[in-house]
Write a protein that binds this ligand. Sequence first.
Ligand code: 3PG
Length: 306
Amino acid sequence: MKILVATEKPFAAVAVDGIRKVADEADAELALLEKYTEKAQLLAAMADADALIIRSDKVDAEVLDAAKNLKIVVRAGAGYDNVDLAAATAHGVCVENTPGQNSNAVAELVFGMTVMMVRNLYNGTSGTELKGKTLGIHAFGQVGRNVARIAKGFGMEVSALDPYCPDEVIEAAGVKPVHSVEALYEGNQFVSLHIPATDETRRSVNYDLITRLPKGGVLINTARKEVVDEDGLDKALADRPDLRYVADVKPDNAEALSEKYPGRVFFTPKKMGAQTAEANINAGIAAARQIVAFFKDGDRRFQVNK
Ligand code: 3PG
């Protein structure tokens, strides 16, 4: 069995060592394609792979066509909007993710970026604190729950909206459930996005929602750029000089926004949320173990293209 790890943005070396160990123990061959720049490199590397581990790497019908032996793709991470699920199903390929494995890393970055923004990007002027402020968590999944835990350490008042999560689960975390998206934005100075990019959510965080934020509102996006309506965001920042936006998922209009609203927007140059040794080890090794379990026991617990 051959496992290909194809990561345009590589895992930490220590995570690759861990993946290799799992592969060795299962008598599987491990191939590594890191920092590739052309799709052709991925297509060539796929040719004889039985299993594929990826991060945000795009897997579409062409990639699947190139992989005649492929049985399983594991996205080492949470969001699988980079994989064409319908094409995978048509090719008889199982697609899995590794939920929860990198969520603490992303949640920590939420606060890294938020503190930096409320301290005026460390420009030497007086900023504000997070203690006693309101935080709305937009989707209470694995990342949202870690964000809630850390927010409470800062002494924030935390609310969450998640129609797919029972109120009791939200309440058990000491968080107030909110039942409408409008109420979430109106009631919280800080809103942190943790919704996946789906047909339902794309561009759903629009001008109307963003401008519902109270005075001094800060929108934090460590989820996906696609969930924010970029024109609406631009207009909201223009109409409301008190609003700020920080994102680990750089919008397409990042350059224009940075020019127009200096000191009020911040974008990491490359998505860094899951870029820690711990997250790479957790997600990478989980992916390798899921592949071994798939081939050994037919385990499809984490399949997302059902
Ligand atoms: C995820 O969906 O798991 C995160 O966005 C991390 O993505 P990455 O593996 O590309 O850093």
